[in-house]
Design a protein around this ligand. Structure first.
Ligand code: ATP
Length: 426
């Protein structure tokens, strides 16, 4: 039977568990054996140094919906086949990191293993940044580990770095298989059977920083957190007639800052793709905010909100920090100003409804893309465009996303903005 593994990589985001759940369940329905890889690419490199004997199923198939039971019969599946539930008692997070999984990173999972994952925050299978996977030797070991487990299909849920890694892995795969065959690590038969690696990407990133898709998994929840936080700030700002500078996440992407600014009715917003072009920008900001706050203060508006993305900079690429903005507002406009750095509350916690729906629909599409994958088809990234789940070339999406950073570095703001949103140019 075909074997599929799913992993989460890079920074975590709400909705990653829903993505893993969808991939596992949709995979099972389509007749695949499903695995999760713990700790992202690092788990792929470490593989399973400890072998376990096959367990008998722990859960009866009656816990699975009727329609799926039918499929189970068709595909001769056993839903208790997974290892997570059997690896120890306790909650899911404990199970996935439990001591019984020590030395084992590529874990067989069944239907029951991912039950209840939809609304869990973070990623229960762990994520990591793997220096080893960046090296050819690391990727050779990763390929060997997959082949040892009989897996030739991989679903990666992560940001642009993780999807770049996926693209590199797929491109290198034939040469990795060849090296393993030459070294005698795998047989000729294995080299033939695993000649093609099926790979698909799901974009998990709170920043919404991937091109060719309207929304990334985790961005809606992060936005929700920011809006709630600014609602809270608004009331205290109004009480004291204060200005607040709110720093939000987004190293190369200003989406969170921009749309949170729209949602909260902010007075000024700093994003990396287009800095304020006033010379100096402090005058531009003070003009905008000064006018607004002076006239508005007189008319009864008692607060000023400035939102700054963590990666914001001026037109010369010099970082613009929240504390400095506070100093400018205090000294030039006499505003009683405070700084709030939202930090990791934007990243954690339960996914909002859209961060459950989006990964579920995309997870199902990822399985379809894997099933149709051939050596001739490109590796796909699953995106969403105008409310339709779509497949785009992983390679192109990664290339276009990198082009935004290049445009920012070249200070070509129009290009950076149009790459983010093609309609911007119009
Ligand atoms: P975030 O958006 O949170 O930064 P990310 O997926 O972009 O998430 P990265 O740290 O850039 O996070 O990448 C995650 C992992 O992907 C890296 O630790 C590395 O193992 C792998 N990776 C990234 N780029 C490459 C590459 N060019 N070649 C091989 N592996 C890579």
């Amino acid at each position: 039977r075909m074997r599929l593994a799913v992993l989460t990589s890079g920074g975590d985001s709400a909705g990653m568990n829903a993505a893993v759940r969808a991939v596992v369940k949709a995979g099972i329905v389509k007749g695949w054996e499903t695995y999760v890889v713990r700790e992202g690419y690092e788990g792929l490199v470490r593989g399973n140094s400890v072998k376990i004997s096959q367990h008998s199923p722990t859960k009866s198939v009656t816990t699975v919906p009727k329609s799926v039971q039918h499929n189970a019969l068709v595909h001769n599946l056993r839903f208790g086949d997974g290892e997570l539930l059997r690896s120890g008692e306790g909650d899911a997070a404990e199970r996935s990191g439990g001591k019984n999984l020590k030395g084992r990173y590529i874990i067989r999972v069944g239907w029951d293993d991912v039950r209840g994952w939809m609304g869990e925050g973070g990623t229960l299978i762990g994520t990591a940044r793997s220096a080893a996977f960046r090296t050819p030797e690391g990727r050779l070991t990763a390929a060997h580990n997959l082949i040892k487990e009989g897996i030739d299909a991989l679903c990666v849920c992560g940001g642009d770095g993780s999807l770049t890694g996926a693209d590199v892995f797929r491109a290198e795969w034939p040469s990795l298989v060849d090296q393993l065959r030459t070294k005698g690590e795998i047989t000729e038969a294995q080299a033939t059977a695993y000649a093609h690696l099926k790979i698909v990407g799901l974009v998990g990133s709170i920043d919404n920083d991937m091109c060719m898709t309207d929304m990334t998994i985790g961005a809606p929840t992060a936005l929700q957190r920011i809006c709630e936080a600014i609602d809270n700030i608004n009331s205290t700002a109004s009480s004291h007639s204060r200005a607040f500078v709110v720093e939000v996440m987004g190293r190369h992407c200003g989406w969170l800052a921009l749309v949170a600014g729209v949602s909260a009715g902010a007075d000024f917003i700093f994003i990396p793709e287009r800095p304020p072009l006033g010379d100096p920008w402090e005058d531009e900001m003070c003009d905008a905010i000064g006018l607004a706050s002076c006239s508005h203060r007189k008319e009864g508006k008692r607060k000023t909100i400035v939102i700054v993305a963590e990666g914001a900079h001026d037109a010369a690429l010099k970082p613009i920090k929240a504390e400095y903005i506070k100093t400018v507002l205090t000294e030039r406009l006499g505003l009683d100003t405070r700084v709030t750095q939202l930090g990791h509350v934007q990243r954690g916690g339960r996914p909002c409804a859209w961060d459950r729906i989006l990964p579920t629909l995309q997870g199902v599409e990822a399985i379809k893309a894997l099933m149709e994958s051939t050596p001739e088809t490109p590796s796909y990234m699953i995106g969403i465009n105008q409310n339709k789940v779509i497949r785009v070339s992983l390679q192109e999406a990664v290339k276009m996303t990198k082009a935004v950073t290049t445009a920012i570095e070249a200070r070509d703001w129009d290009k950076a903005m149009s790459l983010r949103d093609p309609e911007f140019a119009e």
